[in-house]
Design a protein around this ligand. Structure first.
Ligand code: DQA
Length: 152
């Protein structure tokens, strides 16, 4: 029986508006619908998933501060903060847990300002443009990293 690792999925600014945002970039699911699918992926991978969403940078930062000890890993989609909010980089460093970055849309195919990610240097992997499947791939990458870290 594999270890059931605890993973926090942190949705950032405007992700609570999924369902109202451009479906060409973000698909048609709303946030509860996305979270139901992520929960299913978590079950497949034997991960205990928790969710957090905020439109307030400080709240997101403070959540990252408290991740260490409470969670084994983190999956982050910080929304537009990804591209400029260096406070998230520093808070993720404090968190000190393995992290994967995921974006629904294909950042490389969009405006140039979306190509920078402040958290990418701290993440095991950055996944972009795979829609909801990107969350499954991100959780699988986290599971693998946690097993490697545990020596298994
Ligand atoms: C996003 C991409 C960001 O550039 C954008 O600001 C978002 C969502 C994505 O999931 O594709 O809000 O992170």
């Amino acid at each position: 029986m594999s270890i059931r690792y605890r993973v926090e999925v942190l949705h950032g600014v405007n992700l609570d508006q999924l369902g109202k945002r451009d479906p060409a970039h973000y698909g048609g699911l709303d946030l509860p619908g996305l979270e139901r699918l992520i929960e299913g992926y978590g079950d497949e991978l034997n991960l205990a998933i928790s969710f957090f969403q905020s439109n307030h940078e400080g709240a997101y930062v403070e959540r990252l501060h408290r991740l260490g000890g409470a969670f084994d890993g983190a999956l982050l989609n910080p929304g537009a903060w990804t591209h400029y909010a260096w406070s998230l980089h520093d808070a993720l460093e404090v968190a000190g847990v393995p992290a994967v970055e995921v974006h629904l849309s294909d950042l490389a195919a969009r405006e140039p300002w979306r190509r920078q990610s402040v958290i990418a240097p701290l993440c095991i992997e950055t996944i972009s443009g795979r829609g909801v499947e990107g969350y499954r791939d991100g959780l699988a990458a986290l599971r693998q990293a946690l097993e490697t870290q545990a020596g298994g």
